[in-house]
Design a protein around this ligand. Structure first.
Ligand code: PLP
Length: 457
């Protein structure tokens, strides 16, 4: 038992239900508001974008939501994902801490995103959807949804942030292999895209703009196309709970229980996925695990942003949500962890952070890659730049344990592999990466950019 490295569950242990933190959370979620009227959104508005079943999950307070058998069948292609004890990393750090990681990079598209992609494609198929639209940054979400849509025979149109489209063609190739159509965003396909291109034909794009485009196409399709979002919304967080449910069983196999659970945060889905089942154990069973969300210092929505109502996208067509935000029109400095460059944060996660149930910290790009390289050299997996944020925090906690002589048990989520992020590693090795913080001046003005909605209690 004590010298084991991998903790594997059999297929039969793939969770049969997703966990919904809203059943146990002491906080009532704030309403989601219409981007024009500022009134709580009606089901009509949402049903232009999502099928009923997804809207139902979005507002559900049921503790467990059954995972359909067809989705579990597809999950079998990569789930249960392994949990590993990072023994060689522990040795390299000379720490008394025990470090465990849950490896979501084992999925075909290389990240946790497939967990929600398959669920969303399934519920859309059930509702008769023939085509979907979505946005993607570097292409992690786009490639996960492209695979899922192909499996269920749904056409997919992807709006991919232009810089990534031009500079990181590999995930575009994957999406195209799965039959998706990929457009560089901003594009000429939408009113929103055309207006951004008119102001600046060289606009490099952003996730916020790509979301606006994908949502516009779905909203104006007379119900023919639905929209899929890869993070932020509550149903996505629910789908990701399979990560934490499996990890609970695997930690049990290891005969340990984590003192802290760590994950990187962009929109919050992989962190919520691993952390919320452990938060349930804290809330319901009196456990006391620290839950630590790690964000880049270039997009510090939790640690330096405001907790306020803000638009989910740049062009203000997506709903307004109460969340930690650096402003929907923020242009964060460019960093390699493209998947963490979103201006806001999942409302559910924001509320729990605001109430003190979750901790957050921001880390800088160079130390993040240093930790990622140390991890690769110890454990043999090249982590995604996003995941390196979680590794940085895990390594820092392990070093602290060494300094204080405490045998802490650390669990982190390795959200994806970095085999298609090699240009980032090459720049790191060449000493070309810089530590960039979000500029203070831009934070001072956020309030003026937020919608002036009346406060709901
Ligand atoms: C998209 C992505 C993230 C960030 O998204 P969350 O919704 O915050 O999980 C993190 N890691 C990887 C590998 C990703 O692809």
């Amino acid at each position: 038992m004590t010298d084991r490295t991998r903790f594997e569950l059999p297929e039969s242990e793939i969770p049969k239900a997703w966990y919904n933190i809203n059943a146990d959370s002491p906080i009532t979620p704030a309403p989601v508001l219409h981007p024009v009227t500022f009134e709580p959104v009606t089901p009509d508005f949402l049903s232009a974008l999502f099928p009923e079943s997804i809207i139902h999950q979005e507002i559900s307070t049921e503790r467990y939501i059954e995972i359909p058998e067809e989705v579990r069948e597809i999950y079998k292609l990569w789930r249960p994902t392994p949990l590993l004890r990072a023994r060689r990393l522990e040795k390299a750090l000379n720490t008394p801490a025990h470090i465990y990681y849950k490896y979501e990079g084992a999925s075909p598209a290389g990240s946790h995103k497939s967990n929600s992609a398959v669920a969303q494609a399934y519920f859309n198929k059930q509702a008769g959807t023939q085509a979907m639209t979505t946005e993607t940054g570097a292409g992690q979400w786009g490639s996960a949804l492209a695979m899922a849509c192909k499996f269920f025979g749904i056409n997919l149109e992807v709006y991919m942030v232009r810089v990534s489209y031009d500079q990181k063609p590999y995930r575009r190739n994957i999406m195209e292999t799965f039959g998706a159509t990929v457009f560089a965003s901003p594009s000429m396909n939408t009113e929103i895209g055309r207006s951004f291109l008119k102001q600046d034909p060289g606009n490099p794009g952003s996730l916020g703009i790509a979301i606006s485009e994908a949502a516009e196409v779905a909203a104006l399709s007379n119900g023919k196309k639905k929209y899929g979002l890869g993070s932020v919304l509550h149903h996505v967080l629910i789908h990701q709970s399979v990560i934490g449910e499996e990890a609970l069983k695997q930690m049990d196999m290891a005969g340990e229980y984590p003192d802290m659970v760590i994950g990187c945060v962009g929109g919050g889905s992989n962190f919520a996925g691993i952390a919320f089942p452990f938060l349930r154990e804290n809330l319901v069973h009196g456990r006391n695990t620290r839950l630590i969300a790690v964000e880049p210092s270039a997009t510090p929505s939790l640690t330096r942003g405001l907790y306020a109502f803000d638009y989910g996208d740049t062009a203000k067509v997506a709903p307004i949500m109460k969340m930690h935000t650096i402003g929907h029109d923020a242009m964060p400095p460019s960093i390699h962890a493209g998947g963490l460059r979103y201006h806001g944060m999942a409302p559910t996660l924001s509320a729990l952070y605001d109430a003190g149930y979750i901790e957050a910290r921001a880390v800088r790009q160079v130390p993040v890659f240093e930790a990622g390289v140390l991890f690769a050299q110890s454990e043999g997996i090249l982590p995604a730049p996003e995941s390196c944020h979680a590794i940085r925090a895990a390594v820092d906690e392990a070093i602290l344990a060494r300094e204080t002589g405490q045998k802490k048990v650390i669990l982190f989520n390795l959200s994806g592999h970095g085999n298609l992020d090699l240009s980032a590693y090459s720049q790191f090795h060449a000493g070309q990466l810089q530590d960039v913080d979000y500029p203070e001046e831009q934070l001072e003005g956020i309030q003026e950019h937020l919608p002036l909605v009346p406060e709901f209690v």
